[in-house]
Write a protein that binds this ligand. Sequence first.
Ligand SMILES: Nc1ncnc2c1ncn2[C@@H]1O[C@H](COP(=O)(O)OP(=O)(O)O)[C@@H](O)[C@H]1O
Ligand SMILES: [Mg+2]
Length: 221
Amino acid sequence: MCEFVEIDEKLFIGQGVQRRCYLYPGNENWCVKILHAPISCSYKRKNFREIIYCYFTRLRKPYLDCMSAYIKTVKTNLGYGFVFECIRDYDGKISKSLLQMLEDENFMLQNFDRIASAVRVFKKTLQDDALVMRNTNPANLLLKEISPQQSKFVLIDDWGTTAFIPLEYFVKILAIKKLERYWSRLANQIGNYKTQAAVRLSEIFKEKVPIPTTNANRSFL
Ligand SMILES: Nc1ncnc2c1ncn2[C@@H]1O[C@H](COP(=O)(O)OP(=O)(O)O)[C@@H](O)[C@H]1O
Ligand SMILES: [Mg+2]
C-alpha cells in the first residue's frame, strides 16, 4: 500500500515534457514527480525504467551522488508520485540546470572554471561507474554548488536505456561507448548556443576520458 501525500500547486518547482515536479511536503530534501496529462504508456514505462535502473545501479554502488536518488512511490491527489532526492546548493537554493546556465552567458563566463572542472569530474564518474543515459536535454543536468568554490553535476532524469536487451548494463565497454556517443551529441547541442562560453564548454564535453586498460573494462560489471 502506497502512502498518500497531498500536493499543493504552491509546492511546484519545475516541469518537463512528461512530469511536473513538486517539493515533498514536510521534507525539503525530497521532491515528487507526477506525470501530467496526457499520460501515455511510454511515459509510464519511462518512470518504471528509471526506478528499475536506480535499483540496479544501487546493487553495484549503494549511493551514486551523480544521480538524484529514488526514494519511494506515493499516491497523491494528482496521481502517482515518484519521490526523488531534491538537488539543492549548499545555501539551500534549488540547483541551476545546464540549460539555465547556457541561457545566462554572464553566469557561465564568471563561473567557467568551476563548471568545466565539474564537467570533467562528472564525465569520469559516469565512465568509472558505467552509467548509461538516454536523452541529452541540458535541463536534466543540475549543477549542485557544494561550496562557493566547488560544484558537481547531478543527473535528474532520463537514465537507463530503452533497448530490449540492455547489454550495456552488464558489459562495461558497451556502456563506455554509449557514453562517448552521449557526450558527443550533448557537446553539439551545447555548441549550437554559439555564445563564447557555450562553445568553450562544448569543447570540454568533447574531451576524451581516458579508458584504463584493465580487464575490468572489457568484462561484465
Ligand atoms: N531531483 C530534482 N531536484 C530539483 N529539481 C528537479 C529534480 N527533478 C526534477 N526537477 C525539476 O523539475 C523539472 C522536470 O523534471 P523531470 O524529471 O526532468 O521531468 P521530465 O521527465 O518531464 O523531463 C526539471 O526540469 C527540474 O526543473
Ligand atoms: Mg527532464
